[in-house]
Ligand binder design. Structure first.
Ligand SMILES: [Zn+2]
Length: 224
């Protein structure tokens, strides 16, 4: 992984300059989690996935770029109040602010994805209840929309399970069972159904799902 290099960036919303980390040229080794969290080394670079303007509070992958919607929303009182949280961490707050801009700008899938990033940060801090709550918030961005792709629904299924929202997980699993899934997706769904029945909210990778091997961490938990 290349070291994160700071760069002087001009905010596209307020015009102020600030020093921001540029995304590192990281690699991915191994399988991603069922909620699409990437493996290392990308997994450990979340701090550099979004930039935040300390002047106006705008958050984006590149502060130098902003659509009309973002420019308008950042100036609103509602957004300025949200800047101050409370959040479990500054990093979590950054992802949630981006999710708000995405959602209000009509980009529900991006809002969902960014709220999941906030949950990953809570996972890393071992804040389990906060992580569950953030996953429920992520899922809420997709609520009421049935046109989502099968891939997105499979990701949402994992988010429901990891939020301990067993009712929503069960409903989504039943819905997916009636969809035309390919072999790999069917194997992932079967794995999820078993974990849902076991009321297991642990993190698993795609490799776990396809091999049926729950991994060393799960075996240790059962032995305890
Ligand atoms: Zn700004």
């Amino acid at each position: 992984m290349t070291a994160v290099q700071p760069s002087n960036v001009r905010c596209a919303c307020c015009g102020e300059h600030s020093s921001q980390a540029l995304p590192p040229a990281s690699s991915e080794f191994g399988a991603c989690d069922l909620d699409h969290r990437p493996p290392e080394t990308m997994r450990s670079t979340m701090e550099s996935w979004l930039q935040e303007c300390l002047h106006c509070g705008y958050v984006a992958a590149d502060l130098g770029q902003a659509g009309e919607s973002d420019r308008r929303l950042v100036k609103t009182d509602r957004y300025q109040v949200l800047r101050h949280g409370p959040y479990v961490s500054r990093l979590s707050g950054r992802f949630l602010l981006r999710a708000v801009l995405d959602s209000l700008g009509g980009h529900r899938e991006r809002a969902f994805a960014n709220a999941i990033c906030a949950a990953w940060d809570a996972d890393d801090r071992d804040l389990r209840e906060a992580a569950r709550s953030l996953r429920r918030r992520a899922a809420s961005y997709l609520k009421g929309h049935d046109e989502n792709s099968v891939e997105l629904k499979l990701r949402l299924l994992d988010v429901h399970r990891r939020a301990s929202d067993w009712k929503s997980a069960d409903l989504m699993a039943r819905h997916l069972a009636g969809q035309g899934l390919d072999t790999q997706m069917s194997a992932i769904l079967a794995f999820q159904v078993r974990r849902i029945h076991a009321k297991d909210e642990a993190a698993y990778t795609v490799a776990h799902a396809l091999s049926g091997d729950l991994g060393a961490e799960h075996r240790l938990r059962i032995l305890r």
